[in-house]
Design a protein around this ligand. Structure first.
Ligand code: ATP
Length: 361
């Protein structure tokens, strides 16, 4: 178990962590998601003992880590900028953590472990090659392997797949998940990629400006995002946020469409209605929104259609058969699947609107 309680860390005037609270449960694969500069790496370093918090505490398995040296914390960390021995072979690099007095394993066991991890990471054929003759993606996998070979009470992984191409990334995600399931080691995994966070995390924590703004399962962050920024972080194309006003029965969009969303706000309040692109249907029955086609883009078997609704643009994803013939300026009617509608306060500068309601159904 990893716990951070009220952790604050500043570098000069830059506040990297601003009272951060986070708990990763025993055996859990926890993804920390946030934009550049949000404090992700600082969080990992604080857990590893490479940064000392100015205030607050870090606990591992309930034990306060204040004053405990990094080496004695029993965590294995993989940095985005990986430190490998460039002239040594892949095998030697993977074996070096197992040569430290703490983790020394009998030679046969070490060989088995290295073989298994190298196989999972797809670098089994490179064991004899010096690291300085590897591609960046291969090096990154060696760095990850160095973490995974050694027994640890927690893995701390900082964007370990960032240098891989899309296909390899996808494969490695599946492998990592399999490794996690097999090893059941508590893992704190940092990423700025929402797809990765949803694919890998048992739970996801969204970090912004040095604080956790929401923690939950993928269903929680997808269906119940705490504010517009979290809603925008998940899903491509992005969620549509339509300006609207609360009425007695739901909300009315600026374009005059009535939508059945239960608002926890008085009539007249200005709000944003969140509609995911897959919850809009072209020419559906009883359509509520009308507009004109702005642009279409084929995404394999489906098409992303951007529609002008008054002064707004909304995206939807439609089956290719329904959207193939659409041309710019064609009139279209959109129906809304009401069960997934979300409602937010209007955004204010520097303050994304909080969620204040959900579909009335
Ligand atoms: P990225 O995704 O770009 O790696 P991050 O979320 O990991 O970002 P951190 O590296 O934790 O963010 O940095 C958080 C803030 O603290 C940033 O504003 C960064 O510039 C600052 N910071 C981090 N380390 C230091 C340092 N050693 N000295 C000064 N400022 C630092």
């Amino acid at each position: 178990m990893i716990a951070l309680r009220g952790v604050r860390k500043a570098f000069g005037r830059t506040v990297a962590l601003d009272g951060l609270d986070l708990e990763v449960r025993e055996g859990e694969f926890f993804c920390l998601l946030g934009p550049s500069g949000a404090g992700k790496t600082t969080t990992l370093k604080t857990v590893a003992g490479l940064e000392r918090p100015d205030a607050g505490s870090v606990l591992l398995d309930g034990e306060d880590m204040a004053g405990v040296e990094p080496y004695d914390r029993g965590v294995a960390m993989c940095f985005e900028s990986y430190a490998l021995y460039p002239h040594r072979s892949v095998y030697d690099n993977l074996a070096s953590p197992l040569r430290s007095p703490r983790h020394r394993l009998p030679a046969a066991e070490a060989r088995d472990r290295i073989g298994a991890v190298a196989g999972l990471l797809g670098i089994g054929g490179l064991l004899d090659r010096p690291v300085d003759r590897l591609s960046n993606g291969q090096r990154q996998r060696v760095a990850l392997g160095r973490v995974l070979v050694r027994p640890a009470r927690a893995f701390l992984l900082d964007e370990p797949l960032s240098h891989l191409d899309a296909r390899l990334r996808q494969r490695m995600r599946a492998e990592l998940k399999a490794i996690g399931a097999v090893r059941r080691t508590t893992t704190l995994y940092v990423t700025h990629d929402a797809v990765e966070a949803l694919a890998l995390g048992d739970r996801v924590g969204v970090i912004r400006d040095g604080r956790i703004v929401q923690t939950g399962t993928r269903e929680d962050v997808w269906h119940r995002p705490c504010d517009t920024e979290v809603a925008r972080a998940f899903g491509r194309p992005r969620i549509n946020l339509l300006p609207a006003a609360v009425t007695e029965t739901g909300v009315r969009t600026d374009g005059g469409a009535d939508l059945p969303v239960r608002a926890e706000a008085p009539a007249g309040t200005e709000v944003l209605v969140g509609v995911r692109p897959r919850d809009l249907t072209l020419h559906g029955e009883g359509h509520r929104l009308t507009g004109t086609v702005y642009v279409t883009e084929v995404l394999g078997r489906s098409v992303e259609v951007t529609v002008r609704l008054g002064g707004q643009r909304v995206s939807l994803v439609a089956p290719r058969a329904d959207a193939a013939r659409l041309r710019p300026d064609d009139p279209v009617g959109l129906s809304v699947r009401p069960e997934n509608l979300l409602l937010f306060e209007a955004d204010r500068p520097g303050r994304p609107g909080r969620r204040i309601g959900k579909s009335a159904r």
